[in-house]
Design a protein around this ligand. Sequence first.
Ligand SMILES: [Zn+2]
Length: 509
Amino acid sequence: MGTGRFYITAAIDYPNALPHIGTAYEKIGADVIARYKALCGLDSFFVMGTDEHSANVEKAAEEQGVSPQEFTDSVAPKFLEAWRTLGIGYTSFVRSSSERHARSVQDIFQKIYEKGDIYEGFYEGWYCNSCERFFQQKDLDGELCPTHRRPVEWVKERNYIFALSRYSGRILKHIRENPGFIEPESRRNEMLSLIEGGLEDISVSRVAKKWGIPLPFDSSQTIYVWFDALICYLTGIGYSDDSEMFARYWPADVHVIGKDITRFHCAIWPAMLMAAGIPLPKKIWAHGFVHLDGQKLSKTAGVMVDPVEAANKYGADALRYFLMREIPFDRDGDFSWAKFEERYAADLANDLGNLVNRVIAMIGRYCGGKVPQPSTLQPIDAEIAELAEQTVKNAGSAIDEFRLSSALVEIWAFVSRCNRYVEETAPWKVRKEGTKERLDTILYVLAEAVRIIGGLILPFMPRTADRICQQLGLERDSGHLRRDALENWGRVAPGTRVREPQPLFPKMA
Ligand SMILES: [Zn+2]
């Protein structure tokens, strides 16, 4: 272990509005996977960023009377702050207006141009400034963008065109030969039928837009914002400034994206990479949408949840748990405050919080604050040890397959079993009526179970895992919560001094 690497990305967001619950959901999911891979001993690298050369950004800047660069310079720190609050542990954050990114984009553009797959031509079509894409008449909803329900504009200009159509066959072949390339399966089928219908060449430069990266050989035009944004995945691992690092991490193991941008990632992006002579990513994972009380999120309709506000009120880990538990990573799901509060009280405060609290308190009271020395395990103890081992395996394979909600279901079944074990073994009775050996063994089993639960929840709830570690008296970064340590029963050393129990999830007023 330790030599392998894992490269994951989340989508690069427009910074004209702060992250909403759907954006947060995606980043948390990617963060869970990235953290899990690190616990498995892989060199896990996680890139995200902001897609700044957008008409949305230009418009927001104009409304505030500042330049687009001044505008993005003022909002980018707010994004970083929001991600910090939510416990997103990205390795590299790419702002697409950065100089290192401009060099990546111009380099790729030049390569594809020299290969002859970018040509000058005349382009016309309906354009939605919010999607930043052209539409054919048949794809419009009357005269409106089908996604944004806003009027599209007719654009007709002389610009540079990417010969996407030349790549249809190769992309189709790749998708068919690599069933894991696009997941879940519903998205792969969607993309297959889209590409089977044939891909058309797309315009990759704009004349009228000043806010953007200029073409390397024609500064009167700027590079199409999607062509620019996708390349953030390369910039983040050093494409333009650290070739050794780039060679280490590329190709990406997975791009995590929303299902609304699969066309860009599954058709345009592979074609760009093929044209530039760069290997394709191993997987594109398209998650579903978060709805609020059954309604589509919408700023204009006031259907919104501010993830930072939720995290400030309940703790980021509670929000992370809820989103990952309630909304499976491969389909749409629903956020509701009532359900959130229910799970907070039942799963977190009651099941997990009480278990940890009782175990730490009993070790404090019955064992002088030190993890006791166990004797021979009885069948009921061995059952806990075996279930722990099984849960580590099952939750691990669930995360490997991005079934994040299933992983939590497995983990919580173990938490519940441990709570029942406390009731069944009744240490408070054993203390009065049983032997010290038996009491010590039960409490050792529970200390171990709590350590393993700490490691299991770490990818989902990093701060809570940290607090469990602290209360158990385990040193931070001592490796007790790593995947290989979770597979080994008996890692907590007898004699370890536990701390004062602190409630992990305080009751909400
Ligand atoms: Zn649109």
